[in-house]
Design a protein around this ligand. Structure first.
Ligand code: ZN
Length: 432
């Protein structure tokens, strides 16, 4: 099993990876950062959430307010002392080892300062951003969440447009959110139909620049359950909002549902992928809201929309596996999962490979801000995938050839086809 596991790892290192979900900082933003914004204490990702809980409950002191690196280390050391077991922390270690040639297996009083200096020095090198994303990670592209009114760097990223601004914080029913969108579109939305036309035109502007889908992460703050609320009901709510009446919570929910349902239809009409965050939230999240099974009525009603469901719906990974099995318009995305839990990632991926045709399995999405952290995540992902496939060959009647094809497919072939990157690559080749 050992040598075949290694062959699988080699296969994944050989094939360029499609990063199926990214929030990576743009190159121009990275290079504009002040030097002190890139060090041992800032280049970290989701461990901040565990850190936040530890600090919030008063167990340890926040790094904020520490006046020197030495003081920051003393505080971080105490936090790590309570939490070095979690995958979010081990992700940092994998990043130090993989990107900064850190030779030890953990931070200590003896090694933190040298690593800190190395991070400061190396991240300031010219060409560092390319070295990490192109040479180390060898990414084909990153499918990046683009916030409203922003652009992206197409040489690194393929865009999907975030649609939360339409439904978040009281939604476009709130004048302070409606006004900037009306100003941007240079028109007034006097009816719900006019609003939806405006949203469709806004999305279309991004599509004409190469955007391949839309994204919602509303499961962080409301339920994924969505009803098909008729336009007439929402029109009355909209008109009251235009008159300046504050909407009731039920009205906001009805408006959000109507827009979300309509977006699912827009994706059919405009041939867009609908990416939806399911599962994992932050501290104090209402976990049942994030259950991907809540999405079933909307998925069933939009058979020609391709849904890209995120984060293995964790902890609802098994439910999501069956959803993927029964609904051929659903793709299952492992983004974020390996740094949430490597053990859970192996378990879920192993079941999904038994359940879902592999062209609908997307093996890796970094879901981090720092390019360095993509690599740490990638190493953890490859390790889990190799474990799962090697075990399937040994015990579950999977052929070696199929396992090698899956390793390649999860990281490259399936996302290339799904996101239409083959066509994009062919166009670029023809143009070049
Ligand atoms: Zn994300």
């Amino acid at each position: 099993m050992g040598s075949f596991r290694q062959r699988l790892l080699d296969e994944m290192v050989d094939v360029p990876t499609v990063d199926c979900h990214s929030h990576t900082i743009l190159r121009r933003e990275y290079e504009a950062l002040a030097a002190e914004e890139r060090d041992l204490f800032t280049i970290t990702t989701y461990f901040r959430r565990d850190e936040g809980g530890i600090v919030e409950m008063g167990h340890e002191r926040s790094l904020k307010g520490a006046r020197s690196d030495e003081e920051r280390w003393q505080r971080l050391k105490r936090i790590i002392g309570r939490a070095q077991n979690v995958s979010y922390y081990r992700h940092n270690i994998a990043t130090y080892q993989g990107i900064f040639d850190f030779a030890d297996d953990d931070l200590t009083d003896d090694n933190w300062a040298a690593l800190n200096e190395r991070i400061k020095e190396w991240t300031a090198r010219p060409g560092w951003y390319d070295h990490v994303t192109r040479e180390k990670c060898d990414l084909v592209t990153q499918i990046r969440n683009v916030p409203w009114y922003e652009d992206w760097e197409p040489e690194y990223f393929t865009a999907t447009l975030r649609m939360e601004p339409a439904i978040r914080d009281g939604s476009l029913l709130a004048a302070e959110q409606r006004a900037p969108f009306e100003a941007h579109m240079n028109r007034e939305f006097s009816t719900v139909a006019a609003l939806k036309q405006g949203l469709a035109d806004y999305v279309d502007g991004y599509v004409r620049r190469g955007t391949i889908g839309i994204k919602l992460a509303h499961a962080y703050n409301r339920t994924l359950a969505t009803e098909d609320v008729p336009e007439a009901a929402v029109e009355a709510i909209w008109q009251r909002a235009l008159r300046g009446e504050a909407p009731a919570a039920a009205d906001v929910r009805a408006f959000q549902d109507h827009i979300i349902w309509w977006l699912a239809g827009l994706c059919t009409d405009a041939h867009l992928i609908f990416q939806i965050h399911t599962g994992m939230q932050g501290n104090w999240g209402h976990i049942p809201d994030s259950d991907p099974l809540h999405l079933l009525p909307m998925i069933r009603a939009h058979r020609n929309t391709r849904f890209d469901l995120f984060h293995a719906g964790y902890p609802y990974g098994r439910e999501l596996g069956v959803l993927g099995k029964h609904y051929p318009n659903v793709w299952l995305n492992m983004c974020w999962v390996y740094i949430i839990t490597m053990a859970g990632a192996r378990q879920i991926l192993s079941e999904w490979i038994d359940l879902v045709p592999h062209y609908r399995l997307l093996g890796f999405g970094s879901d981090v801000n720092w390019p360095e952290a993509i690599y740490g995540h990638l190493v953890m992902a490859r390790s889990c995938i190799a474990d799962v496939l090697a075990e399937k060959v040994e015990r579950d009647f999977l052929s070696k050839a199929a396992a090698l094809e899956l390793a390649r497919g999860l990281m490259h072939d399936s996302p290339m086809e799904f996101y239409g990157l083959d066509a994009t690559a062919a166009q670029a080749a023809a143009a070049g």
